[in-house]
Design a protein. Structure first.
Length: 128
């Protein structure tokens, strides 16, 4: 339990994403066919947000950035499972483009959070 508690917001945001992605499509407003690509942006932002929360919590607990490729693999597996879970719903479907958008969001958030952490790192003055 001590290993899970520091990631409570990561878990909460992951559950929220899971619920959103498995809700019947009728629960959302209808988009015109031309706006379908907005869906990819939403996927990128959802998984980028989960990843950013994870990075912030990991850094607060461990005092270092999470391993890039391990984080990409674990959160990417979660993204794959959410897409596969949609196969068991009546109004959702598996979409490889959604999965690619998820992975892009994950990778972007990992990189951005590293840059943010680097910007916050204390700088040592020369001669000290």
């Amino acid at each position: 339990m001590d290993r899970i508690k520091p990631y409570k917001w990561t878990i909460a945001s992951s559950v929220s994403v899971l619920v959103l992605l498995l809700l019947p499509s009728q629960a959302f407003f209808r988009t015109p066919r031309s706006a379908i690509e907005i869906d990819k942006l939403v996927h990128t932002l959802l998984f980028g947000s989960v990843t950013a929360v994870f990075c912030a919590e990991h850094r607060a607990w461990k005092k270092k950035n999470p391993a890039f490729f391990l984080s990409l693999a674990v959160i990417g597996t979660f993204a794959l499972l959410t897409e596969l879970g949609q196969l068991f719903t009546k109004s959702r479907h598996f979409d490889m483009k959604d999965l690619v958008a998820d992975v892009v969001g994950i990778a972007a958030a990992l990189l951005i959070m590293r840059l943010v952490a680097r910007g916050r790192a204390p700088r040592h003055k020369e001669g000290q």
